[in-house]
Ligand binder design. Structure first.
Ligand SMILES: Cc1ncc(COP(=O)(O)O)c(C=O)c1O
Length: 392
């Protein structure tokens, strides 16, 4: 009972259902069970050595103070250079903000753009924090169901249909969490055009860029300067715990972004910023490419394994490190299925409930953030579990 002491805004922020699962996994591990973890959305690899070395050298001299709110100029210039080489776009360092993870970037972007009562179109299934952050700002996420035949991404007609008087903009992620599916260049251009025709904002979450296994992902900045693009050192660069990301804003939002960064965070973690100066070095990028190839290998082992077990498979995900699987052939409630699977067979995966209200009971998210050997063990356990379940 909080007797109304906790704000209505805070009350609207939902927990992650996977936390129940993780608590259960911890309890099982405390009893000595070996749990295969495929629920976690973070790479299992250690921080790449050159990044670690850069941090150690910086920390060794002991001067660890705030940076400017916008972030180290040297790092923003490296990011600007990265956009030039990767996407052939020119983004001035003045429009780049170094943030505490993509989470910080999302908070700043949404705080710049939303007033009370505003509405934002977000895909379902999608990354759950977006809707919670929007609610925290007293605005409203309008979830738009997306489907396998559209790569689980928004379409122009879905935007046209869902857009209402209070709608101010759209958020997308490509590759997406939880599906790993991407938006093709032409489709992205159409979506941006749809939104701009309505004078709305477009937020492109590009946190899984670099982790794509056929075509490279397209940045919204290749198609327009009037977009908010966020990215992070968490996923491709393997730096989740360093809490570092970035936000690129249109010219008109630079002053607001600066004021929000100053007030919300003062600055992002200084040692993380110095570490990230080594993130774009050739030696680091070589390591990251090898890891990307390993993720691709894992994806194929997992995808083929799930298909062989009889799951109804959609297209092979093009990026990120997730497979979002239709489990309706085996259960009516994916949350109970995930809980029973963990309890019975010590395999942890994330139920669809964490990704919104579009048929969550029929989906499970598998993260291939563990080795091929562990994925194979996980598949073996899943197979045995399905046999037991079908025998009941
Ligand atoms: C789509 C998406 N956006 C943003 C984030 C936040 O990442 P971070 O704050 O670690 O950069 C995540 C994390 O899982 C994510 O999946």
């Amino acid at each position: 009972m909080n007797d109304g002491k906790v704000s209505r805004r805070a009350a609207k922020v939902l927990p992650f259902y996977v936390m129940d699962l993780m608590a259960k996994a911890k309890a099982l591990e405390a009893q000595g069970r070996d749990v295969v973890h495929m629920e976690v959305g973070e790479p299992d690899f250690a921080t790449p050595e050159p990044i670690l070395q850069a941090a150690i050298e910086f920390l060794a001299q002991g001067d660890v103070h705030y940076t400017q709110a916008q972030g180290l100029l040297a790092l923003r210039e490296k990011i600007a250079q990265f956009y030039h080489t990767t996407y052939r776009v020119s983004v001035p360092a003045e429009r780049i903000f170094i943030t505490p993870g993509a989470s910080g970037a999302l908070t700043v972007a949404l705080a710049i753009l939303l007033d009370e009562g505003d509405e934002v179109l977000t895909p379902a299934p999608g990354y759950p924090c977006n809707n919670n952050l929007i609610a925290l700002l007293s605005a409203k996420a309008k979830a738009v169901d997306v489907f396998a035949e559209d790569n689980f991404q928004l379409t122009a007609s879905a935007i046209a249909e869902a857009w209402g008087d209070a709608t101010r903009g759209v958020m997308i992620a490509s590759p997406s969490n939880p599906t790993g599916m991407m938006i093709a260049r032409e489709q992205l251009a159409v979506l941006i055009e749809q939104v701009q025709q309505r004078k709305g904002f477009f937020i492109s979450d590009e946190i899984y860029h670099g982790l794509s296994y056929a075509e490279p992902a397209v940045s919204a900045l290749e198609l327009s300067d009037d977009v908010f693009v966020l990215n992070s050192f968490s996923k491709y660069f393997g730096m989740t715990g360093w809490r570092l990301g970035w936000l690129i804003v249109p010219e008109y939002a630079v002053s607001a972004a600066n004021r929000l960064m100053q007030n919300l965070y003062i600055s992002s973690a200084t040692h993380s910023q110095y570490a990230a100066l080594a993130a774009f070095d050739g030696v680091t990028l070589d390591i990251l490419q090898q890891r990307r190839d390993e993720f691709k290998r894992r994806r194929d082992v997992l995808y083929d394994g799930l298909e062989a077990l009889g799951f109804k498979m959609n297209a092979r995900p093009q990026g990120a490190f997730y497979i979002y699987v239709d489990c309706s052939a085996f259960c009516e409630d994916s949350y109970s299925f995930a809980m029973e699977l963990l309890e019975h067979s010590a395999l942890a995966i994330t139920p669809g409930l964490d990704f919104g209200a579009n048929q969550p009971e029929s989906y499970l998210r598998f993260a291939y953030t563990t080795s091929v050997e562990r994925i194979e063990l996980g598949l073996q356990r899943l197979k045995e579990f399905l046999v037991v379940k079908q025998a009941v």
